[in-house]
Design a protein around this ligand. Sequence first.
Ligand SMILES: Nc1ncnc2c1ncn2[C@@H]1O[C@H](COP(=O)(O)OP(=O)(O)OP(=O)(O)O)[C@@H](O)[C@H]1O
Length: 356
Amino acid sequence: MSTTVQPVIKCESVYKIFGENAGKVLKKSGGKVDAESLLEAGCVIGVNNASFDVHKGEMLVVMGLSGSGKSTLLRCISRLIETTAGDIFIDGEDLLAMNEKELINIRRNKMGMVFQSFALLPHKTVLENIALPLQVKGISTKDSMERAMTMVNLVELTGCENSFPRQLSGGQQQRVGIARSLAVEPDIWFLDEPFSALDPLIRREMQDEFLRLQSVLHKTILFVTHDFDEALRLADRIAIMKDGIIEQIDTPANIVLNPATEYIAKFTRGVPRARVLSCKTVMAQYDASADMSDIRVSQNAIIETIAERVLSEQKTVAVTDEQDEIVGVLNSKIIIQVLFGEANDIPVNDTAVSQA
Ligand SMILES: Nc1ncnc2c1ncn2[C@@H]1O[C@H](COP(=O)(O)OP(=O)(O)OP(=O)(O)O)[C@@H](O)[C@H]1O
């Protein structure tokens, strides 16, 4: 279905090579660049032949170790840097053909950005920081302050609106950063390691908060992280990068069940399948005559979060869709297979995995 819908972001053979002769070197290579020959030419590869789409309301997490090219890819797509070759389309419009005025316009109205460093102005209050991008757009002080207050409530910082950044914890400061980037109601949200500066507990809290926001806002998101666990928790799909190349792009479940390369398998080894498989991917067919439990679980719930409830039930548990219709069932046997069985024992519904 998604193949016929125009993607919000489309990248086609995007290259970013740093260095004076980047264009020439790429042309000579016919698109098949390798790090060694680049180095000889005094160049460094940032992004190497990236092609992918991001659809409306989807969260694509770009994951990779330091220097793998994540930030460079994000900067190409927000056109903070110029690509060496390739095409990028935003809602079907050719991003690389846009002039300065069109770029400012698209950045102000369509794109929101959040960085690791929070980048708040220290002498302005929370409310003033959040209102700033609205005032840059020419919205009156009164209206922008009102809208900023709505954002303060949205990110659950009510009561902190008149505080200065230094009076807030790291997690609270990043909430301000998030609120500020959301104030202009961007369609596309770029987040570059937004939680990396936070300690692990706060980081997890912020991930939950972020998932809550996304379940309400349905933004199209490009989220950069070097943390595989964070990618698994947040992503609809993950793009794993190495040396500028996207090694695999797929749902968390498919990446864990079918790592495309040995490099990716190193990340996925040891990841419990119950953490990535949803009810939809392992449920069995519903039989109306079966003796059913009163418990119902959502088809999108991750097995880890519902395992105990199903295991404590004698009867079969119904799996429901968004309309609360029964679409399948789970029982202790299936849950035990997911938790303790061999990979091949799990009756994974393939279509559900690839569309998860
Ligand atoms: N302005 C630049 N000039 C030259 N090389 C650069 C520049 N920016 C990035 N690079 C190189 O491009 C490669 C990819 O860098 P990038 O910052 O995109 O990686 P990353 O995956 O985001 O890493 P990190 O997690 O450390 O931020 C690295 O080898 C880096 O040294």
